[in-house]
Ligand binder design. Structure first.
Ligand code: WTA
Length: 661
């Protein structure tokens, strides 16, 4: 996206928040923001303690705020006790919120189902009782492999209610990916559905669970609970598999929430790193819940009358914090959507905003870019065809938003009146880190602006020294924060090495490059500095895709994967492959490339399919045998090689790889 980066570099448009928004906002004006930042700087622990007392319901109050004795394994509020589900549901009972819609669910086919907070509490409680009846208890791990549905949220909330740790696996991941996660987490149960509906198609989930378990090593799984999303029957294994209807039968709709320690693992969510298998990012209950609730109030400035819509799937961190927990904790009505933005046509999002009178809309740049493209080629799906006047705040997440997409979002969706919060954060951070505040921060397209109060983000060089504004560097966080990753499940050493490398002396390494503007000190994220790709806002490790390719042992000798900029998906996956047979060309090359794409889809999931596959007799290597990825990145981009290639063992290969398509 080099042209976009250039346009950000010359970006000088500034959009101050409208006066009326500033007046009504919880954090009002830059003075309001700065006052909170000052409070955090002057009394760091006092600041967090105040917020944790005000925004979390504790069964047992905490007396300790931050325990740094075993850094970087930080503990927050650790002698306090709470329950996450009680903080999302029970807390609203007896208040005007109880009879308000908690979830307005729109199915793929447009059918709408609404549940109030009170009804949701009853359904979560009943499902929690069903989990207990299956022998699932506090501390057990439960895999959730569900479509975007009310039942998906219920599954997560019910786990939290009994103190079981959920690990949601995105419904687009393969049987193999599921198998690896079940084994790593040592899960006792899988909660799934027979099928999911996406874009008018019925896609299997349960058969993938069966396949994943059959791959072996899953003896830990005692039960599989199946939500019947569609009428089509699925295979049921006697003794192991039960439908939701069966397990809910006769269960009471009240269930006392199980108090857990603040550090109790609420969930594990697997995400890609630069090396090896996906990491099980472990989050704690207390600090995470505080941040889910507080960022709803700070970043989205939610009011009781809002209708909030975050389009992320519950399989990703955004769907955890801003679908399954945040909106419920904040007591706001939210829209949950099962389908895809382009079905039945690319006007679906705009139509839904009009229909449900959405006031806060939170989506990913990749979706915006694809809808811009659709609107450009078909007037009928342009947002101007719908009444979007209910909107008051827009959000962006998952990848850098290019100023062109930002301006279109601002103009055509936000009617030039809605602040856009470009929220930078990660699976590991639990919630927003660097983001504008709608009633305070003047906006600059393409910039996530400033860190939230209490978040000590900075840009440093490789030795951990601060760099001046205007100079790029490595994005770090200097002090711990309540919703941070606690460890990598089963691998504390990898946690330390990945996020707190020795050379940075205790600073949290985000894995992104960033630069602060010379004038305002605003942050702009320049992209990952490791071997992690961001394709349509989905995180993927190049190593993971390489291992999947070389696992096709009958065909592939060697593979190297790099990212290249893509106008629609941000980055695209480009694989360079050496086969165990002569280099294919023409039709044969196309056919083998397709075979490999399908193979990767089976190994990881369709989202990991390489867009380009190029075949070579060899890969560019140094004399010591190291693959020169830098060169591969240039070739993938179609750039002329200007780098020094004198250390290459086989310089002629560059020409061959550049030719292949
Ligand atoms: C990228 C998603 C620029 C970044 C919440 C980060 C962003 C990775 C933004 C985390 C943003 C996320 N601007 N880049 N507003 N938000 N990223 O774990 O590279 O799926 O490290 O969490 O997405 O992806 P993850």
């Amino acid at each position: 996206m080099s042209s976009n980066i250039e346009s950000v570099l010359v970006e000088n448009r500034v959009f101050p928040p409208p006066e009326a928004v500033v007046k009504a906002a919880r954090i009002s004006g830059m003075a309001g923001y700065e006052a909170l930042c000052r409070e955090a700087e002057q009394d760091f622990e006092g600041f967090w303690a105040r917020l944790a007392r005000e925004n979390v319901v504790w069964n047992k109050p905490f007396s300790r705020v931050l325990d740094e004795s075993n850094a970087p394994f930080y503990k927050w509020f650790d002698d306090g006790e709470l329950n996450a589900s009680a903080n999302c549901l029970d807390k609203h009972m007896g208040t005007p919120t109880e009879n308000k819609a908690a979830i307005v669910f729109e199915a793929d086919d447009g059918k709408v189902t609404t549940v109030t907070f009170k009804e949701l509490l009853a359904r979560v409680s009943q499902f929690a009782n069903a989990l207990k009846a299956q022998g699932i208890k506090k501390g057990d791990r439960v895999i959730v492999y569900m479509p975007m549905t009310i039942e998906g949220v219920i599954a997560m909330q019910a786990c939290a209610r009994i103190g079981a740790t959920h690990s949601v696996v995105f419904g687009g991941f393969s049987a193999k990916a599921l198998n690896e996660r079940i084994i790593d987490a040592g899960a006792v149960a899988v909660i799934t559905a027979n099928f999911q509906m996406r874009g008018g198609k019925e896609l299997p989930l349960k058969s993938i669970v069966d396949e994943g378990i059959a791959m072996g090593g899953c003896e830990c799984i005692k039960s599989v609970l199946v939500f019947q999303r569609t009428a089509t029957p699925c295979n049921m294994v006697a003794g192991r598999d039960k439908t939701f209807d069966e397990v809910l039968q006769g269960q009471s709709t009240t269930c006392a929430p199980e108090p857990v320690g603040a550090e109790h693992p609420l969930f594990i969510l697997y995400t890609s790193g630069s090396t090896g298998k996906p990491k099980g990012v472990q989050h704690a209950t207390g600090g995470y819940l505080l941040w889910a609730n507080l960022t709803m109030q700070w970043t989205f400035d939610v009011k009781p009358s809002d209708v909030f819509w975050c389009t992320a799937d519950i399989g990703w961190i955004t769907g955890h914090t801003y679908v399954a927990y945040g909106p419920l904790a904040a007591g706001v009505t939210q829209v949950v959507f099962e389908g895809i933005p382009t079905y039945p046509n690319a006007g679906r999002f705009w139509q839904m905003i009009e229909k449900h009178k959405v006031t806060i809309f939170y989506t990913a740049p990749t979706a915006i870019r694809s809808l811009i493209k659709a609107a450009d080629s078909d007037e009928k799906v342009h947002p101007k065809n719908w009444d979007l006047s209910s909107l008051r705040i827009l959000g962006s997440v998952g990848e850098p938003i290019n100023p062109e997409a930002w301006m279109w979002y601002h103009r055509h969706v936000g009617g030039e009146r809605c602040p856009i919060v470009d929220t930078f954060w990660q699976t590991e951070t639990g919630g927003h880190m660097i983001t504008p505040l709608p009633g305070a921060t003047p906006l600059v397209p393409g910039s996530c602006t400033l860190p939230l109060p209490g978040i000590m983000a900075a840009i440093v060089d490789e030795a951990g020294h601060d760099v001046p504004n205007g100079a790029g560097g490595i994005l770090v966080v200097k002090r711990p924060w309540p919703s941070m990753i606690r460890t990598i499940w089963n691998d504390p050493e990898r946690f330390k090495k990945s996020y707190f490398p020795e050379e940075l002396k205790g600073l949290y390494l985000a894995g992104d490059g960033a630069v602060r503007s010379a004038d305002r000190g605003y942050f702009r994220i320049t992209g990952r500095i490791d071997d992690v790709l961001n394709v349509s806002g989905h995180r993927m490790g190049t190593m993971e895709i390489e291992s999947a390719l070389v696992a096709k042992t009958d065909l592939v000798a060697e593979a190297a994967v790099v990212g290249r900029p893509d106008d629609l998906t941000g980055e695209a996956i480009c694989a360079f492959v050496v086969l165990k047979r002569p280099r294919p060309t023409g039709e044969e090359a196309k056919q083998i490339a397709n075979e490999l794409r399908n193979w990767v889809a089976k190994e990881i999931g369709p989202i990991a399919k390489p867009k380009d596959i190029r075949f070579g007799d060899n890969l560019p290597k140094t004399r010591s045998g190291k693959i020169m990825r830098r060169l591969l990145r240039s070739i993938a981009k179609g750039e002329a090689i200007t780098q020094d290639t004198s250390t290459l063992e086989n310089p002629a290969i560059l020409e061959q790889l550049a030719q292949t398509n």
